[in-house]
Write a protein that binds this ligand. Structure first.
Ligand code: AKB
Length: 332
């Protein structure tokens, strides 16, 4: 497979929670002009707009993808467009179309046009209530109960099929809940972990939508970006899995996070009123065994709960001081 001198990179979902920071990190690493922010409904602003090109990419209209690949000589795609678990339960049809039909479109285009590499994130949502919940193994039962999880299991299998049948180099990670201070997540079950910080920093109380004793695997955004780039740059021969690597960084109960935040924001008040998302959280692992990622491509997280909380609060305080996104920081 030749890439004909192409070296452009496209990030779909580039204005989303992971996509926005990944695009900036890739531009920093490979040069701004090489990395195209693929946007759909939301236009890029600030650094995302100023540091490199952006273009409309709508995975339901394959020609928009092909046009961008041609125009920017793209040979590598990071597919960060996704409908997450909670929104996916409200709109299962949209979750299917975006997560699975969208992936299928990219895989087909990737095969036809000889893409060098394609990153397709998966999630701990591939696991379900029949999966062992502690130190969940790499190879285990995948019987999720959410449409989001179903699309992710099917996506992992599709990716593997395209690798084995067509040699398309598809790679992916089963992300835990991602905690970040730049772009808010949208519609996930693990969003409470981010919301809690934003409320604390605004001196506002928070009502958490899962029980205090709910333990889920989480990861701080810098680790998420580092893991993604590490896997994409890893030697292919070392990879025993394709689009399904377990990765872990930290696991904590929702109540533990509230207590950790309170160590730095003493007056922070957090109540716990579980809603429909509790059932989703209860069907996911409490902790993840990521030995395969550590062995195959040297994965090692840098942030635990204490280090992440300090950095999150520092970054959010800094942004608040600069008056940036006051409206977002104050959002209830
Ligand atoms: C969600 O909560 O849906 C996501 C995920 C774990 O994939 N953050």
């Amino acid at each position: 497979m030749s890439n004909d001198g192409r070296e452009g990179i496209l990030v779909t979902g580039a204005t989303g929670q992971i996509g926005s920071e990944l695009t900036l990190a890739l531009r920093e690493r490979y040069g701004g002009a090489r990395v195209v922010a693929g946007v759909h409904r939301t236009q890029p602003t600030g650094a995302l707009k100023d540091s490199g090109p952006h273009a409309v990419v709508d995975l339901t209209r394959p020609q928009t993808v092909v046009d961008v690949l041609d125009r920017y000589g793209v040979d590598t795609v990071y597919n960060m467009a996704a409908v997450l678990s909670a929104v996916g339960e409200r709109n299962p049809d949209v979750a299917w179309r975006v997560n699975l039909d969208g992936l299928y479109t990219l895989l087909e285009i990737g095969r036809e046009r000889g893409l060098k590499r394609l990153f397709c994130p998966s999630s701990i949502a591939v696991f379900g209530p029949d999966t062992p919940r502690d130190h969940t193994p790499q190879m285990t039962i995948l019987r999720p109960k959410t449409m989001y999880g179903i699309t992710k299991v099917a996506g992992e299998l599709l990716a593997e099929y395209y690798w084995e049948r067509y040699g398309l180099d598809v790679r992916g990670i089963r992300f835990p809940g991602i905690i970040s201070n730049q772009t808010l997540p949208g519609g996930g079950t693990t969003d409470y972990a981010v919301d809690m910080f934003y409320r604390a920093i605004a001196d506002a109380p928070y009502t958490c939508f899962v029980r205090e004793d709910t333990v889920l695997p989480m990861m701080y955004m810098p680790d998420c970006i580092r893991a993604t780039i590490m896997l994409m740059e890893a030697e292919g021969e070392a990879l025993r899995h394709r689009a399904s690597y377990n990765v872990a960084a930290m696991s904590f109960a929702a109540g533990e996070l509230a207590r950790e935040i309170r160590r730095h924001v003493p007056g922070f008040q957090c109540a716990f009123e579980p809603d429909h998302r509790q059932a989703i959280a209860d069907s996911w692992p409490r902790s993840i065994d990521d030995a395969a990622a550590r062995e195959d491509w040297g994965w090692q997280p840098e942030f635990d709960l204490a280090a992440m909380a300090i950095d999150m609060l520092e970054m959010l305080r800094e942004r608040r001081k600069q008056g940036a996104s006051e409206d977002v920081l104050d959002e209830g």
